[in-house]
Design a protein around this ligand. Structure first.
Ligand code: ADE
Length: 224
């Protein structure tokens, strides 16, 4: 899968996408991430990519020309399955949407800044508008990093233990059950006996019941 991420703050993306599972996925050749500095497509030598809003009001608006140039260049090279705009007024990101996006091959992710992008960018280019939650970030970069990370861990071969992504919270509509590792007894806090029993069907049953109990307690909306 190939990600082309367009940003005015490309450095913000380097660390989240340069470590751990996401880095390993790139090293294995399963994923390519290309980060594009929007200022390279600025309308003048001062690096201008935004301007005052028509009609007045606080905050700058990202201009269409630099974004159009960048996206047109990319689309001249290959076909993209999605052009995603990270914005607080987009569809809230949940696991089913991540699952669907993980099946795509080439995606562009546009990170918004300031008051957002000129509406005509959205009309002309954007196929998905995604929010990572009901709060406002300083820009779309952290959202893009969250989205990219969530997608990449689903790509076959990325996780060592193939079943691991399937047992994540939300994949079966439930929160994940509690997990434990050694020691079996920490200052009197004991791991549930069943997990030490070696009885796999019983362990599975216990995990399922715990997942339901936890979901009922913390996220009853998921059970509805
Ligand atoms: N940009 C600013 N806030 C955002 C949010 N909540 N989700 C995605 N992109 C954003």
């Amino acid at each position: 899968m190939r990600f082309d991420i367009i940003s005015v703050q490309p450095d913000l993306l380097l660390s989240p996408l340069g470590h751990s599972i996401v880095k390993r996925a790139q090293n294995k050749g399963l994923v390519e991430i290309h980060i594009h500095d929007l200022r390279q497509f600025a309308i003048n030598k001062y690096g201008q990519v935004d301007d005052y809003a028509f009609g007045g009001g606080a905050g700058m608006v990202m201009m269409i020309e630099p974004i159009a140039k960048c996206i047109n260049n990319l689309q001249a090279e290959r076909t993209y399955d999605a052009v995603i705009y990270m914005t607080p007024d987009g569809e809230t990101l949940r696991q089913p949407l991540v699952n669907r996006l993980s099946l795509l091959q080439n995606v562009i992710i546009l990170c918004g800044h300031y008051k957002g992008v000129d509406e005509r960018v959205r009309q002309k280019y954007i196929t998905y508008e995604i929010s990572i939650g009901d709060y406002v970030l300083s820009g779309g970069e952290l959202g893009a990093a969250v989205l990219t990370d969530a997608i990449i861990r689903l790509i076959p071969g990325v996780l060592n233990d193939e079943s691991s992504a399937l047992t994540d919270s939300f994949q079966d509509g439930l929160l994940a059950p509690p997990v434990y590792t050694r020691p079996a007894d920490y200052e009197g806090m004991k791991v549930p006996d069943i997990l030490l029993s070696g009885d796999t069907p019983k362990v599975e049953q216990w995990r399922f019941e715990q997942a339901i109990a936890r979901t009922r307690q913390r996220r009853p909306d998921l059970l509805e």
